[in-house]
Design a protein around this ligand. Sequence first.
Ligand code: SF4
Length: 357
Amino acid sequence: MAKEKFLPTLQALAPFEKVGFYEFYNAKQCIFKGCEKNLKLEGGSLNESISRSTLIGRFYHQVMEEVGKVESLEDLHLRVEELILDYQQLLNSNPNLVSSGSFSGWKEVNTAAKRAYQRYKNKDNVQKAVIAEAEKLLVSKDGCFIGRPDYFTISGDCCNLVELKSTSIRDNRGEIKEDYNQQLLFYSFLIFDNYPIESVNAKLQSLLGDSESLTISKDEAHKYFQESIASLKSMNNLINKISDLNIENITAPGIQQCQYCNKKIICSSFKKSQFNLQLQGATYVIEGILKAHNKLSQSTDSLEIFDINLKSQTKVVLNGKSTLPVSIGGKYLIDNLKFEDNIFRGTKLTEIYSCHD
Ligand code: SF4
């Protein structure tokens, strides 16, 4: 029988203190989605979904960071090889990615390594800058915002900032993705707050070869900072007003924000409104009491569940799981289901959680 997983329960929620870019960006869409460090869960944990692009992004950032640490090109080659072995192990241990082949064979991995070697060869030019920092933790003077820009140099009163991206930097209209634009502003104001500079030349560099540059003035960064402070204050006011850990006043369900949100398994707003969102793929969640369990074949199960959020009985068909950690009368949450022809169907991403009562 597969190992039993438990659904985490929310124990406490505090106002935001030091908030990083993606927490803040997510919280502007839906406050509860942005809650990470200010959230206390018990009895289980939320999944961190590791996708191919997450792995590539992490590898890309790590090899670029190594450029600033190593003493020679040979050392860099050795570090890149060590990192590739580490990532291969991660790949082998992740059921969603285990069939993705050899990590060293991925095209983006080779491109990332080549860019790191190229950056190492250009190091001498960079060292002419007064300050060159990779992944340095910056904190705003008021202590509310934190971030680690990928890479920046400071020469005189000018900063050159580079943010590296493992996927496309443009949306389907060819515009720079909104979160990337905001990330450049966010890091720029952190740099203005920490160094006596007058402007930031910010560049987004994609592993796919595309790049985009823009200049951010002190006034522009200051305006963004003032708006961010006001926005953080109003989010914290709402969090402070919550009683009995009822999160519904700090959630804002919507297809864009909910589609890839890892909080949906503990989000009552999502569970109640998921059918109005026109979600795509295996993003549905069912939570309820198991009423019947039939084996349709050795690896296909049919479950009848009374959905406690929708107050109705529903059918779930799961494939490819030889044994299920379920028993009649038990309360479960099943995550990552598709909804087709009025039936919920499992996928290879589907997970079953036992609920604490
Ligand atoms: S599932 Fe949707 S509503 Fe719930 S926290 Fe995530 S984004 Fe917000």
